[in-house]
Design a protein around this ligand. Sequence first.
Ligand code: ADP
Ligand code: MG
Length: 494
Amino acid sequence: MRVDESVAGGAENGRGTGGTDMVAAWGRVKRRLRAELGEDVFASWFARLELDCVVSGTARLTVPTRFLKSWIESHYLDRVLNTFRAEVEEIGRIEVGVRGTAAPVRPVAPGAPKPGPTSGPLARLHAAGTPAPIAAPAPDMRSEIAGDLTGAPLDARLTFASFVLGRSNALAHAAADRVARHDGEGALYNPLYFHAGVGLGKTHLLHGIGHAAREAGRRVIYLTADRFMYGFVNALKTQNALAFKERLRGIDLLILDDVQFIQGKSIQAEFGHTINALIDAGRQVVAASDRPPTELEALDERVRSRLAGGLVVEIGALDEQLRASILSARLAAVRVAHPTFEVSPAVAAYVARAITANGRDLEGAVNRLLAHATLTGTAVTMETAETAIRDLVKNREPKRIKIEDIQKLVASRYNVSRSDILSERRTAAVVKPRQIAMYLSKVLTLRSLPEIGRRFGGRDHTTVLHAVRKIEKLIGEDAVLGDEVELLKRMLQD
Ligand code: ADP
Ligand code: MG
């Protein structure tokens, strides 16, 4: 963050809000937001919110995407302002920008002070010194939304033809295929719902359905959850909500990706209405998520059960054979553009064995091997392959750790039983290992707090959050405990 002392609060109003103070204050603002809004909401919307600069009482914050900017502006601007103001009195307004884009520069009125330099850090501060009002989405954004409602672009590469079949996805693929080709009365399995961990082919299958159904002349809309939310929020803002709904209801097939990201009361209600209306009208709904419908905590019970009421199919992890097939399909696809790119069967087998996590990492591995081969002009050997994919192999490690294994290890380390850890007992001998196990579950797995709570004998997510914070704090204060937890971590990761 940059705070220009001559422009920022400090010098201007004589109060000490220099750079470091402001950074610290911002840290407190984020902690407050987290505490007030809960871990899940915070992680969804605020984790990537950063303070860029403070100028004349305006705090300029940044986020990585336009969607986040618009969402925070329409839902949380007052909240952020009030929280910030509670820490730093002179903050009078909040402005949200997208990282990588410059702050809005307003034309300088005649007689206004000379504008500052046009580049370098000062330029931004000057530009932000006269903040423009927070604007409606830019025109290009609007056409993007319209595009989504008339049919989002489907990735041409993600078709049924390029989808490799294996044991773990055969059922999902069969259901997808039937739904896509169905042209009789009503809808088959409605909704059709896929769930699986990241990179296991959900989006690929959804696009495959979209392509096939469009080829058959059906009206298809593919939306991700954030697009659904954005489209709806924006429709409300521009008073087009009715048109938005009509548009959604005038289709044959609605495909919704990543529904776990649907958030917010009015949005989830609208999401529920939309799904009900489509299903009741005999239109096909297909959805995908990283978890089964019953675990979509952000959604209303009725919406969850509606989503669970059709056919729910889980896509399992990719076994080695499937990984090898996906890998060889990708290598063949790459060779079309790079005919000299050769990967020996031994190297391919090694990669398929080493990368166990998901299809995305397999794709990443192929790109690395290709980069290596084209940059060095040498063939891919086993050694270079090993180096090229080393971090992909490492990165997947945390994802495989099971909460159950954490509980077992921690229990044995502290001489209690796993059922003690899951029990209601509150003696110190049990509470501490329980909290450590919760903490490790949070940092070593991708499970949400509510999910972790459930796995620890049906505890509330706030209990888990409390445990995580407590252990974080203790680790900072107590080096012995810090080492102990680090050791447990290593044992679980090996
Ligand atoms: P998800 O949506 O489940 O996170 P994706 O559908 O985005 O996963 O898949 C990640 C990558 O792996 C994509 O490049 C996809 O094409 C590839 N992939 C996953 N499963 C398969 C499969 N069965 N056949 C071919 N490619 C696959
Ligand atoms: Mg996906």
